[in-house]
Structure formats: C-alpha cells, structure tokens
Design a protein around this ligand. Structure first.
Ligand code: GLP
Length: 242
C-alpha cells in the first residue's frame, strides 16, 4: 500500500487528478469508479481544469458511482446523481449516457442492485476513488458483523446521517436508506485510490490501514487489495508519523 501525505490540499488534488489523467491518457476507454462527499470535490475541480486545458479527454470514459440515497426525489440537489452532474459531469466532455449512478428510486431495489452488479462485472473498474466515512465506511458500507459483497440496500447509521446532515436543511431530511456497491465490488477494481482529509478522520484512517482487518471498520478490507494508493492531507496523516 502506497501512502502519500500532502502539505496542502492543492498538491493532493493535483496528484490525485494526475493519476486519473495518466490512466485515461494510456487507456482512453478507462472505467472509473467515482465517489461523492466533500473529499473528492477538489480532485473533480482539478480534472475539470485538465479537461479544459486539453490534457485529459473523457470522450470514451465510462464511470460508475459507488452509491445513491434511496427515496430522494430525482431532482433533489442532494441526490448523488445531482452532485456528480454539478461537481463534474456538466463540466467535462464525458458522454452522460456512459455515467452510471445506482437508481435509489427504483421500484424494485433488489433488481436494481442485481443489474448494477451485472454492469460492473462487465465493465470492470480500472480505478476506484474512495472517501472515508467517520466510522470507517466506504461507499455506504457501514460497520457491521457482516458485510455484503455486491450492490445492496443499507440502513444508514445515525452517525452517518448526522455527518451528512450538513448538506440538508435538517437531519429529518437525510434519507434513512441508500443503495451502495458492496465491499466485494469495490475490491474488484484494478486500483483503488483512498483519499482522506482532516484531523477528525486521523484515528479512523490509521485504524483502517494499520489495525486489524474487520467488518467493523469496512475500509480495513482495503488492506487485502494489492494495488491501493492512499492520499492524505497532513491533518489526516498525523498518526502515521507519530
Ligand atoms: N457515501 C459517502 C461516502 O462515499 C463518503 O466517502 C463519505 C465521506 O464524506 P466526506 O468526504 O464528505 O467526509 O460520505 C458519504 O457517506
């Protein structure tokens, strides 16, 4: 596992976007696994800049997002589809038909999960971007005695709803369920990039990457993946240099 620490968020964003750009330069039909949350926003801004400058071409790129809330109206600004459109897809030359986000409003969420897994199996993700939840979740795979391998519906933990309430008018508006790629799907990506920022995640990222591998810290399963790059800002990295 390659762990890199950055003094500034600008440097982190540039290196992360550069890794995506070099993948796309060598493989124009790359399949990207994308994430939401505040962590990737700066990386997406850098990718938009690189696309505008002509350094990276998304014309033949395909993307699959990790997860989506269940039950939010499709036009709600906090759906992960809206987030991706606003933060990235509307500003780059990707074919929107080649961007995939699970449908959290599907009438049959089991069928939607199965179909997403079938698409993922065919597409095979080259590079999966991940943020980290405060409780060690990746995607919306919450700590539990058991984890699901494939795409599935989860009940969100209260702490996750609290953490995400900052994007809504109140906690009551935060959905209680989501549909997420499973840890098994995430680990099938050829390469994984975990990005963690901020002192409040210093303990959990250290535990996930150096502590026991346990379903109670879903990100700890990344220790079993042969090709993970971890990008940390200096606050999140503080226990790695203690
Ligand atoms: N489902 C998303 C995760 O994919 C994300 O990594 C996490 C952390 O978000 P943030 O980057 O805003 O801290 O939040 C959400 O729960």
């Amino acid at each position: 596992m390659n762990i890199m620490t950055f003094n500034t968020n600008e440097e982190l964003n540039q290196i992360a976007a550069g890794i995506f750009a070099s993948l796309i330069q060598t493989k124009p039909t790359a399949v990207l696994g994308l994430a939401t949350g505040s962590t990737p926003i700066g990386i997406y801004q850098e990718l938009i800049r690189l696309n505008e400058k002509g350094y990276v071409d998304f014309k033949d790129v395909t993307s699959y997002n990790l997860d989506e809330y269940c039950g939010l109206p499709a036009d709600h600004p906090e759906t992960y589809r809206s987030f991706m459109n606003v933060q990235l897809f509307n500003h780059i030359n990707i074919d929107k038909a080649q961007t995939h986000v699970p449908n959290g409003n599907a009438a049959d969420l089991q069928a939607e999960s199965k179909s997403y897994d079938e698409q993922l199996a065919k597409a095979s993700i080259d590079l999966q971007l991940l943020g980290l939840g405060h409780n060690g979740h990746i995607g919306f795979n919450e700590p539990d005695a058991e984890l699901h391998a494939g795409t599935h519906v989860v009940n969100l933990k209260e702490e996750t709803r609290q953490a995400n309430a900052r994007f809504f008018n109140s906690i009551d508006e935060v959905p209680t369920q989501a549909i997420t790629m499973g840890v098994g799907s995430i680990l099938k990506a050829k390469m994984v990039m975990l990005v963690v920022r901020g002192a409040e995640k210093a303990d959990i990222v250290h535990r996930a990457l150096t502590g026991p591998i346990t379903t109670e810290v879903p990100a700890s399963l990344l220790q079993t993946h042969p090709n993970v790059v971890v990008l940390l800002d200096k606050e999140a990295a503080k226990h790695f240099h203690a």
